[in-house]
Write a protein that binds this ligand. Structure first.
Ligand SMILES: [Zn+2]
Length: 268
C-alpha cells in the first residue's frame, strides 16, 4: 500500500464517530499522514484523541474561524472538505441530469431508467457509473451489490411509514423528525428515511451500496474492524472519481450520483 508519510492532511466535519469524515481521517492517519481534523463542536477533541491526531473547533461558514484555522494549521498537502450536509429537500440542483427537469420524484419514465446488476434500476447516467464501479470492484476481488436503488413514490411511502410514525417514540432520546402531510413524523425504527417524494432514490440517483461476501450481503460501514471487508475503503478510493458523493454522514452506504450531464471519466 502506498504511503502518505510526511504529508499533512486536514479533514473538516470529522466530529461524528460514525461519520465519513472520521473514517477518512483514520484512513489518512493509517497511511502515515499527519492529520488535523475539525468540527463545529467540542466533540472534535474526543475524535482527535480517538485517532491520536490534532483537532480544532472551527465553524467554516465564518470567515474569522477560517482565518484562524489557516493561521494555526499552516501549509497542507491534502484537504478534505467534508463538512456540511446536502439538503434532502432540494434534490434537483445544478448537478442533476437535465432530463430530470419536469419529471416528478418517484415517477421516472421508463426511458430514463436502466437495469443495473445484480438487480434493480437507476437513472441511466448513474447506472453507467455504477457499472464502472462494479467493474473496478471486481478488479479488486470485491462484488458490489446494493440494498436500495430507484425507489418509486409508493415504495418511498411504504418505507417511510414502516420506520416513521406521526407520534414520538419515548424510547429514543434524540428523535429524527420529518414534516409530512401537515404532521410531524418521528423515527421509530431503523435508519432515518427521507420524506416521500424528496429522496434521491426517487430520482434514480442514489444507491445503497453493499458487498456480496460468500453469498451474504454485507453493509458498507465505518466500523474500523469491518472497514476493509465492507468495501468502504474501496468506495473512498474510487467513488468520487466516478461522480458519487456521500449525502449523509450517518449512512456511509448511501451514495448519490452528482455528475449531472457530464461525461463519465475514463477509468482504466
Ligand atoms: Zn439510501
Amino acid at each position: 500500500m502506498f504511503s502518505l508519510s510526511g504529508k499533512r492532511a486536514l479533514v473538516s466535519g470529522a466530529g461524528a464517530p460514525g461519520g465519513i469524515g472520521f473514517a477518512i481521517a483514520k484512513s489518512l492517519r493509517d497511511l502515515g499522514a499527519e492529520v488535523i481534523i475539525t468540527s463545529t463542536t467540542e466533540r472534535i477533541y474526543d475524535r482527535a484523541s480517538d485517532l491520536g491526531v490534532t483537532g480544532f473547533i472551527a465553524d467554516l461558514t465564518t470567515e474569522s474561524d477560517c482565518l484562524e484555522l489557516i493561521a494555526r494549521v499552516g501549509a497542507l498537502d491534502i484537504l478534505v472538505n467534508n463538512a456540511g450536509m446536502t439538503s434532502q429537500n432540494d434534490p434537483l440542483g445544478a448537478d442533476e441530469a437535465s432530463d430530470l427537469t419536469g419529471v416528478t420524484n418517484g415517477e421516472l419514465p421508463r426511458k430514463l431508467l436502466t437495469k443495473i446488476a445484480p438487480s434493480g434500476r437507476l437513472h441511466w447516467r448513474a447506472a453507467a457509473s455504477w457499472e464502472q464501479l462494479r467493474q473496478l470492484a471486481s478488479n479488486e476481488g470485491l462484488t458490489l451489490c446494493h440494498v436500495g436503488d430507484y425507489r418509486p413514490y409508493d415504495q418511498q411511502l411504504a418505507l417511510f411509514k414502516s420506520r416513521m410514525k406521526p407520534y414520538p417514540n419515548a424510547k429514543v432520546a434524540k428523535q429524527t423528525t420529518r414534516e409530512f402531510k401537515g404532521e410531524t413524523w418521528y423515527l421509530h425504527t431503523g435508519a432515518p428515511v427521507a420524506t416521500p417524494g424528496t429522496s434521491n432514490h426517487g430520482w434514480g440517483l442514489a444507491i445503497d451500496a453493499a458487498l456480496l461476501v460468500d453469498g451474504k450481503v454485507v453493509t458498507i460501514t465505518t466500523k474500523p474492524k469491518d472497514c476493509k471487508r465492507s468495501g468502504l475503503q474501496f468506495l473512498l478510493k474510487v467513488a468520487q472519481d466516478l461522480g458519487w458523493s456521500w449525502e449523509l454522514q450517518s449512512e456511509p452506504w448511501h451514495i448519490r450520483y452528482v455528475l449531472g450531464d457530464k461525461e463519465l471519466p475514463q477509468t482504466a
